[in-house]
Design a protein around this ligand. Structure first.
Ligand code: RIB
Length: 306
């Protein structure tokens, strides 16, 4: 039977992560002996798609892979998670790649080489306009060209589809974007880029609202999340305590789970609690997409006494 729910649609990036595990993040000029190397599916957009799909929601992804050896694995991984890949496109050249170090304490350092993600253009959005316009919510990040991001937000504004924008990796945004995103979900570094560092969460959220943003979620990892709605309620949502071994994709997990919970009718603070639980589980496992939890795991954590 056809799923009657409006889908979550991701317009974004998909990348193969080239992960070197090291005792710590190497300093400039330092040579370290690593403990392992692996290729695992990633990319902020695809990570968010897998997170939402594993939580049992209907998800479709609009993105581009290359025609290299990684493309089929990236697509197969999306399908296996239950993501609708009918709007995935293939383009000549390399898929997106992300060489990275992941240290034993869970910290990471990542370089993104966009590859096919840099070919996400207006035509790709036009080609899948019907799907994007049918979404309950659209999830975007900043790993595709800025022009395409702006075009997607303009389209969604006209189609009255809310957009959750993960402003990562941090980049200068056109002013219009601030008024078009329904939700803006920076981590601490990214929030510092947009409105300055060394402020309380309350002051950071106020500055973001002053730029035109309505819904703000400050992802603060081990501190939890601060959720603020312009002219309305604001407050902290506390984290779940876990032992982190790999934080790659944790923010993406939060975004995917937050979108699922909003679509299911939770208020933003309940949605952030659900997303905190999902992302807490994700940091206890290795890999980006590989670490995304399933629904029953999240429900179990939420039910545990705090
Ligand atoms: O947010 C984590 C992701 O950022 C990684 O999977 C990597 O691909 C980079 O895009």
């Amino acid at each position: 039977m056809k799923d009657p729910r409006k889908p979550i649609v991701i317009v974004g990036s998909i990348t193969m992560d080239l992960v070197t595990r090291t005792p710590c993040i190497p300093a400039v000029g330092e040579t370290l002996i690593g403990s392992a190397f692996e290729t695992t599916p990633g990319g902020k957009g695809a990570n968010q798609a897998v997170a939402a799909a594993r939580l049992g929601y209907r998800v479709a992804m609009v993105a581009k892979v290359g025609d290299d050896a990684f493309a089929s694995e990236l697509l197969a991984n999306l399908r296996q998670a239950g993501v609708d890949t009918a709007a995935m496109m293939q383009t000549p050249g390399s898929s997106g790649l992300a060489p990275m170090f992941v240290a034993d304490n869970g910290q990471n350092a990542i370089v993104v080489v966009p590859g096919a993600n840099s070919k996400m253009d207006r035509a790709a959005v036009d080609r899948h306009a019907e799907l994007i316009g049918s979404a309950g919510i659209v999830l975007c990040q900043l790993e595709i060209p800025m022009d395409t991001l702006s075009y997607t937000l303009e389209f969604c504004a006209r189609a009255k589809v809310p957009v959750l924008l993960d402003p990562a990796p941090a980049a200068t945004l056109p002013d219009a974007v601030f008024g078009q995103a329904a939700w803006f979900t920076p981590n601490e570094t990214e929030a510092g880029f947009y409105v300055g560092n060394e402020m309380s969460a309350e002051a950071t959220a106020e500055r973001l609202h002053a730029r035109g943003l309505r819904g703000v979620v400050l992802k603060r990892g081990g501190e939890g999340a601060y959720v603020s709605v312009a002219g309305g309620k604001a407050g902290w949502v506390r984290p779940f305590k876990v032992e982190a071994i790999d934080t790659v994709g944790a923010g993406d997990c939060f975004n995917g789970a937050f979108a699922v919970a909003l679509q299911e009718g939770k208020d933003p603070w309940e949605a952030a609690r659900f997303a905190n639980a999902a992302s807490a589980l994700s940091v206890t496992r290795k890999g980006a997409q590989a670490s995304m939890p399933f629904r029953d795991e999240v429900e179990k954590l939420l039910a545990e006494p705090s």
